[in-house]
Ligand binder design. Structure first.
Ligand SMILES: Nc1ncnc2c1ncn2[C@@H]1O[C@H](COP(=O)(O)OP(=O)(O)O)[C@@H](O)[C@H]1O
Ligand SMILES: [Mg+2]
Length: 271
């Protein structure tokens, strides 16, 4: 059975698309047939981060409107054999995402034997974001360690509890995971940024991972490579840990402590 996972947040620009791309890639690298869908109608940047923007011919709305089949619209990822991207439309109106249409596309993907369907949500609590979470089995709530982001994540948790099919049907609730991104241990130590413990205490949902802040993320995105493919980087390792935890493995948190530079490093420089 396919599992539908929405990657969401209240606030924009927190790292949802970056995380959707890396999470989907990580699941595929572990051998799971995965599709990642861009629900951000009008903005469309998942295809850029996945490096497949030049191959976009049809998009999610074309499939919803039956102007194209799923097979025509799905783009095979360039890194992983069992990963596919379903891009968003750049031009259409968000209302084109009808609930029946989205449900049909998700059912058809499940019938194609996809194990994981990752829904990259737009920010906020408008139509597109609600459509991305309506059919979710699990939700990854992407949050930056700052008060406004945490507050908006709390709001989106309320929306998940109120508007998801699982909530409406009164069955098992949507399983929630907290993903903290753009974490800077040095700034936490200096009291300039909330610690992950602070964020967790406010939101009170299980933590699936912490992704450190790194300039390499923007460079990778600009060249169409999901951050999980930046070999040997902390960001890549942190995303791989997230995937492992999602698959039920125990992984201690990494990259969360600030190591003060030693005496010689302070004198002779370093990083
Ligand atoms: N761990 C990170 N370190 C540094 N920059 C990041 C990190 N994660 C995301 N970013 C940057 O933050 C910006 C917003 O990311 P994006 O994934 O598009 O967010 P969203 O989809 O939530 O709007 C992008 O410029 C991206 O490169
Ligand atoms: Mg996005």
């Amino acid at each position: 059975m396919a599992k539908i996972i929405v990657v969401t947040s209240g606030k924009g620009g927190v790292g949802k698309t970056t995380s959707s791309a890396s999470f989907a890639s990580g699941l595929a690298m572990r051998g799971h047939k995965t599709v990642v869908i861009d629900f951000d109608v009008g903005l469309r940047n998942l295809d850029l981060i996945m490096g497949c923007e030049r191959r976009v011919v049809y998009d999610l709305i074309n499939v919803i409107n039956k102007e194209a089949t799923l097979n025509q619209a799905l783009i095979k990822d360039k890194h992983c054999d069992n990963l596919f991207v379903l891009p968003a439309s750049q031009t259409r109106d968000k209302d084109a995402l009808s609930e029946e249409g989205v449900e049909r596309v998700l059912n058809d993907l499940a019938a194609m034997d996809f194990e994981y369907i990752i829904c990259d949500s737009p920010a906020g609590i408008e139509h597109g974001a609600v459509m991305a979470l309506t059919f979710a089995d699990e939700a990854v709530i992407v949050t930056n360690p700052e008060v406004s982001s945490v507050r908006d994540s709390d709001r989106i948790l309320g929306i998940i509890q109120a508007k998801s099919r699982r909530a409406l049907n009164g069955g098992e609730p949507v399983k929630e995971h907290l993903l903290i991104t753009r974490y800077v241990p040095k700034r936490v130590e200096a009291g300039e940024m909330l610690s992950y413990a602070d964020v967790q205490e406010i939101l009170r949902i299980p933590l699936i991972g912490i992704i450190p802040e790194s300039e390499s993320v923007l460079h990778a995105s600009n060249s169409g490579n999901p951050a999980i493919h930046i070999e040997g980087s902390e960001v890549s390792e942190a995303y791989k840990d997230v995937v492992s935890r999602f698959l039920g493995e125990e992984k201690p948190l990494r990259f969360t402590d600030y190591e003060k530079p030693g005496f010689l490093q302070r004198i002779f420089g370093g990083k």
